[in-house]
Write a protein that binds this ligand. Sequence first.
Ligand SMILES: CC(C)(COP(=O)(O)OP(=O)(O)OC[C@H]1O[C@@H](n2cnc3c(N)ncnc32)[C@H](O)[C@@H]1OP(=O)(O)O)[C@@H](O)C(=O)NCCC(=O)NCCS
Length: 197
Amino acid sequence: MDDRTTHHAAGGVIRRLWVTETPAFREHLARLDGDSRRLRFAGAVSPQYVEAYANDALKRATAVYGWFEGADMRAAAELHGPMFSRTGEAAFSVEPDYQGRGIGTALMGRIVLSARNRGMRHLVVSCLSENSPMQKIVRHHDAEIEFHTGETVGTVHPNFPTGLSMLREAIAESHGLTSAMVGIQMDMLTRYFALAK
Ligand SMILES: CC(C)(COP(=O)(O)OP(=O)(O)OC[C@H]1O[C@@H](n2cnc3c(N)ncnc32)[C@H](O)[C@@H]1OP(=O)(O)O)[C@@H](O)C(=O)NCCC(=O)NCCS
């Protein structure tokens, strides 16, 4: 599997988040249950820690992608590391009711494409050793896997960027943006008709 699978969004829409969407990202992370939160942050962290993390994440990350069902964001993938830094790091969060539906796999495709187009040669995904869904996802991208005590580190090697890979990202982004605009219009119309009743 490679980053050409980015058209597949597991029944939802994947798009890049704007910094102004920090509240939606924060609320998404707050909806993770205790176990998912522990797996996401590779250890026990408090809701306050997660809130502080979320408040800053969109400013610090290279890119954050959301997976949307209608107007609701139910999963996210973060890419950290400066452009052309050779090494980036990715992290994933899918809300409990949405896990096991292929969303993490779809987000990984988008993150690998994003890392590729930003000149990253290594994409690192760290997770707890017990996290077999995350390990399966990175294995699909021919990752090198290292096992440490309690932790697994997968390194994916994105291909070099090409005009076509840039175009694929642009198309995926414009599809996400169009879906977001349609979603906002639909939401406004629904509210309007609900008020008019
Ligand atoms: C890890 C996580 C991102 C995976 O996303 P997901 O949408 O649930 O995963 P997918 O549905 O794409 O499934 C990925 C693979 O794991 C398998 N899988 C899914 N849930 C599983 C489970 N509970 N047990 C075993 N395997 C499972 C799927 O069958 C699939 O394998 P395949 O590709 O060989 O068929 C998601 O579960 C999550 O957010 N967990 C909490 C936070 C976390 O662990 N983040 C990762 C560390 S940064």
